[in-house]
Design a protein around this ligand. Structure first.
Ligand code: PLP
Length: 463
């Protein structure tokens, strides 16, 4: 081993060798040197550990090729497109909502050039960035006023801080949610400087419970969408109308964290019980908060909509500057919201809604095309079968959409090894493992991505 270690060449010596000539033509000296250094470092470690007992031919085309592959992979952006074959339409780990081409074009236009972000073109004076979307949001939700911040968590924090700092917030014990890691409603209430007053029981809370908790120090009655869980069996929660009447009789504010927040009714597609923002506001809720990149299908942002006097207080609160939306998201949001009005049909132009509403026949046909492409690429153990897709993003956890998937086995790969290898593909393919088989649900895959999946499979190397 020590002999081999001593025979390991120096980076500089290798750079001057004939084996590196073609690499140095294709790549910068810095990239080749860095990659060589890393390769020699790895090799030294392997030799010391006894996992390798001979040196590669440093002059060979194979060695140069292995370095070229490393350089190519190093050149790829860390954050890059992936193919979502999980059947979960709004997958937080995979970037939530895909954006519509109109939204991408708006980001491109506003990103490449200067814009009237905060310039009122009528007066030539400083304008508000909120003006670009406020009227659209009001039109689509029936709200009097609206404000957009960088995500829904920020929307909840700002709303509570501006309306209930140092005062009480009444919330049901059945709705003290935790969403994806760090967003816990009791903690957010505490961070806002408000005091949480829990009422009711885990499964049942009545309007009387809220009423008994209200005192002169109470500022807000807070409802929240139990996005990622459901309490079933003997349950009760008061209706919004009932709570609104109570709030208005007691001078408190009824606020609702809707989480996903849909602008259109999804029940025709089998997703029941997801409250439509305009219905929630029409039932008397004073302000609502919801995400831009969940079921709405836009960029990451948090939308706050409701009564004008409350929204005014939020806009002028010092925290609003710290959580403000950036111009690219704002451009994408405006373009996405416009897809909800004539002449567009959001179910065909907003990708999230298209994925939800596409017919099972279309989904099955795509699964069959994918299976055929894989068979044509030389894979044999391929079949297409019915499966279940989900809206995801913490919304509607119990309700599935009929879907179709492709199941595939590749000899010499366990399902886990196959999943790992596909994650390493140039365009990663993210599927799932069910009953010890690798499965790809295609409700979340576009026709264009079918080719990308076949490419990833053709590029597989034995583990
Ligand atoms: C997702 C969600 C949030 C957080 O939204 P982000 O946009 O991720 O900040 C807050 N409340 C509820 C009920 C949610 O479902």
């Amino acid at each position: 081993m020590s002999t081999l270690l001593r025979q390991l060449p120096q980076v500089d010596a290798l750079l001057g060798s004939s084996g590196m000539t073609s690499l140095l033509k294709a790549y910068s000296r810095q990239e080749v040197a860095d990659t060589l250094r890393a390769a020699l470092h790895t090799l030294r470690g392997e030799l010391k550990a006894g996992r390798v007992n001979q040196l590669p031919d440093f002059e060979s085309a194979a060695f140069a090729q292995s370095l070229a592959e490393k350089i190519e992979s190093e050149r790829q952006p860390n954050l890059r497109p992936a193919i979502n074959a999980t059947g979960i339409i709004i997958h937080t780990n995979l970037g939530r909502a895909r954006l519509a081409p109109e939204a991408l074009a708006a980001m491109q236009a506003v990103g490449a050039d200067h814009s009237n972000l905060e310039l009122d073109l009528d007066t030539g004076r400083r304008g508000s960035r909120h003006a670009h979307v406020e009227r659209l949001i009001c039109e689509l939700t029936g709200a009097e006023a609206a404000l957009v911040v960088n995500n829904c968590a920020a929307a909840v924090l700002l709303s509570l801080m501006a309306t209930a700092h140092g005062r009480k917030v009444v919330a049901s014990r059945g709705e003290l949610i935790e969403i994806g890691g760090a967003f816990r409603l009791p903690d957010v209430i505490q961070q806002s400087g408000a005091i949480l007053k829990e009422v009711g029981a885990t499964n049942k809370t009545r309007a009387k419970d809220y009423a008994e908790a209200i005192d002169p120090d109470t500022a807000v009655l807070l409802k929240s969408h139990t996005s990622n869980y459901q309490i079933v069996g003997f349950t009760h929660a008061p209706g919004r109308e009932e709570l609104a009447a109570l709030a208005h009789a007691t001078g408190t504010i009824l606020m609702e964290d809707l989480g996903s927040g849909v602008l259109v009714d999804l029940s025709p597609y089998g997703l029941l019980n997801e409250p439509v923002v305009s219905d929630v506001l029409a039932s008397g809720v004073d302000i609502v908060m919801f995400s831009g990149d969940k079921l709405l299908g836009g960029p990451q942002c948090g939308i706050i909509a409701g009564r004008a006097e409350l929204i005014r207080g939020l806009k002028t609160h010092p925290l609003s500057r710290a959580v403000r939306i950036d111009k690219l998201s704002l451009a994408a949001l405006e373009a996405t919201l416009r897809l909800y009005r004539a002449p567009h049909d959001p179910f065909s132009s907003v990708p999230v809604l298209r994925a939800i509403s596409q017919s099972i026949e279309d989904v099955r046909a795509r699964a069959e095309r994918l299976a055929a492409a894989l068979i044509a690429s030389g894979f044999e153990d391929v079949s297409s079968l019915p499966s279940e897709a989900f809206a995801g993003g913490g919304s509607l956890p119990q309700q599935h959409l009929k879907s179709h998937a492709v199941s595939i086995g590749v000899s010499s790969f366990t399902p886990d090894a196959l999943a790992a290898a596909l994650r390493k593909a140039r365009t990663p393919v993210i599927g799932m493992i069910r009953d010890d088989r690798f499965l790809m649900d295609v409700r979340t895959v576009t026709d264009g991505e079918v080719t990308g999946i076949a490419d990833a499979f053709r590029g597989l190397r034995s583990p």
